[in-house]
Every structure is written in C-alpha cells, then in structure tokens.
Design a protein around this ligand. Structure first.
Ligand code: ZN
Length: 68
C-alpha cells in the first residue's frame, strides 16, 4: 500500500495527496476542479511541486469553463 504525502497547490492551496511512488518530474493535475493547474513534482524531501506553464500549442484546444 502506497504512502501518501500531502502538498498544497501553489495556485489554489488545495491539499493534494501524492502517493510516494510519484517521483520527481511526475506531472499531476490539481484535484480542485475549479483550478486544474498542471503541477510537476520538483522535490520529494520535502515534497514540493511547481506550476507547469501550459504549452502554447495546448491552448488551441483548451476550453475553460466549458463543462457546464
Ligand atoms: Zn489548485
């Protein structure tokens, strides 16, 4: 069973649970559906994440707030 560590989203302060098998460099998405920021694990001890800038090519198909 994986150990889970918690880290706060730099954007919205949502607490995120990251299993310990996620190594440095792993990309995660904020669990807050209103945020959804792409994050990359940059350190395990202590656990830290940084915001991943959306690639410019990505924005073409990106439709924010299109779910409702
Ligand atoms: Zn967030």
């Amino acid at each position: 069973m994986a150990t889970v560590e918690f880290v706060k989203c730099p954007t919205c302060k949502q607490k995120l649970a990251l299993p310990d098998y996620m190594t440095v460099g792993t990309l995660v998405v904020c669990a807050n559906e209103r945020c959804g920021t792409s994050l990359r694990i940059v350190s395990r001890r202590p656990l830290r994440v940084e915001v991943v800038p959306e690639p410019e090519t990505y924005t073409v198909d990106y439709r924010p707030e299109s779910y409702g």
